[in-house]
Ligand binder design. Structure first.
Ligand SMILES: [Fe+2]
Length: 351
């Protein structure tokens, strides 16, 4: 028996994702999907405990077989939250819908999704991957423009570009908050960010370019979120922010502070993004086939990076789960469900 095999217990093993900092790796002894799902279901408490101890980031290896059985991704997602979200009922364009499973969102540069990668960062050394904002500008937390936002995102690698392209970055906003001074922590706890979909003409770039904001139905309006959230499982506080595409620069980005791209709110957001994406808070995931990356939206930022979309296809399947957003959202109804039964995306057809 080899040394690594001896580390398996009950058909699985954990390891650290990086020597220092957050994140965990889960591997199964068996490559058969039914056995993997069985271990997952039987050991769910232990897996969840490790997930939260690792500040909400876990990579599960060797799940290629899910591509042949997409419903298995939904089953597995259910371990991380009471409700696996139906993307036909969220503020999501139909071009992102999976062909047969409503709970899976597709992210791909291929038809019909046509989701392009972020632009290649303009840095002198093209072999260097910048991670800190604003050299890397795509940092966000999923669907923060609704209340409550989703708890956890699960991302399965289906088709990948070469290893040094199309990475996913994560920033530990629990550690970032803890590193702030007490005076700054107290100030931020009193403030709320105003989050908005990237396609409604309220991003920093849209406002700077003078684009007219889209007329919105009540359920599509930007939403206020606390700048500091207390995690409902760990009890730890974290920064909760998004980069400038997914914040409202018409009425924000920070409620109560001077609005607009040159305002006091924009300056504070920029300072917080630069702080949260400092090297010591960031993990870079180099994808391997069959990786399932699970990240907690309540306390992590994440970010996709550039890949050569003219040469390579990249296809990821995503699920999100909700049901435990924390005390700040206690008893709230879903803001994004229209009260009159109309289409969730009405008027947003070009998103
Ligand atoms: Fe995302």
């Amino acid at each position: 028996m080899s040394k690594s095999e001896s580390q398996f217990r009950n058909g699985y093993r954990f390891s650290r994702l990086q020597e220092h900092g957050f994140g965990a790796v889960l591997e199964f002894r068996c490559a058969d999907l039914d056995s993997q799902l069985e271990v997952f279901a039987q050991q769910a408490d232990s897996i969840l405990a490790r997930f939260y101890a690792a500040h909400g980031l876990m990579v599960v290896k060797g799940l290629q077989a899910i591509v042949e059985r997409p419903q298995a991704l939904v089953e597995l997602s259910r371990c991380f939250g009471a409700e696996v979200e139906d993307y036909h009922q969220t503020l999501t364009s139909p071009r992102f819908f999976h062909e047969s499973v409503n709970e899976i969102l597709i992210l791909s540069n291929a038809e019909p999704c046509n989701h392009p990668p972020p632009e290649k960062p303009a840095v002198a050394d093209s072999s260097w991957l910048p991670t800190r904002f604003p050299d890397q500008v795509n940092w966000h937390t999923d669907q923060s423009y609704r209340r409550p936002p989703p708890d956890v995102t699960l991302l399965l690698a289906v088709e990948l570009p070469p290893r040094d392209q199309g990475q996913t970055l994560f920033a530990d906003c629990t550690a970032a908050y803890a590193a702030l001074g007490p005076k700054q922590q107290r100030r931020l706890e009193q403030l709320q960010g105003i989050h908005a979909p990237s396609w409604i003409g309220r991003s920093r770039a849209a406002v700077e370019n003078g684009e007219p904001p889209l007329a919105l139905l009540p359920h599509q309006l930007p939403r206020r979120q606390p700048l500091v959230r207390r995690h409902p499982v760990s009890g730890e506080k974290s920064l909760y922010i998004c980069e400038e595409k997914q914040m409202d620069f018409v009425d924000g980005p920070i409620a109560g502070l001077e609005t607009g791209p040159q305002g006091e709110g924009a300056a504070l957001l920029r300072e917080l993004l630069m702080h949260a994406t400092r090297e010591e808070f960031v993990y870079v995931h180099e994808w391997e086939p069959g990786d399932l990356l699970i990240g907690d939206n309540r306390n992590l930022l994440h970010c996709a990076t550039w890949y050569d979309a003219a040469r390579y296809r990249r296809l990821m399947w995503r699920t999100t789960v909700m049901g435990n957003p924390g005390a700040e959202y206690q008893g709230e109804a879903k803001t994004w469900i229209p009260g009159d039964g109309s289409d969730v995306m009405a008027g947003m057809e070009n998103a």
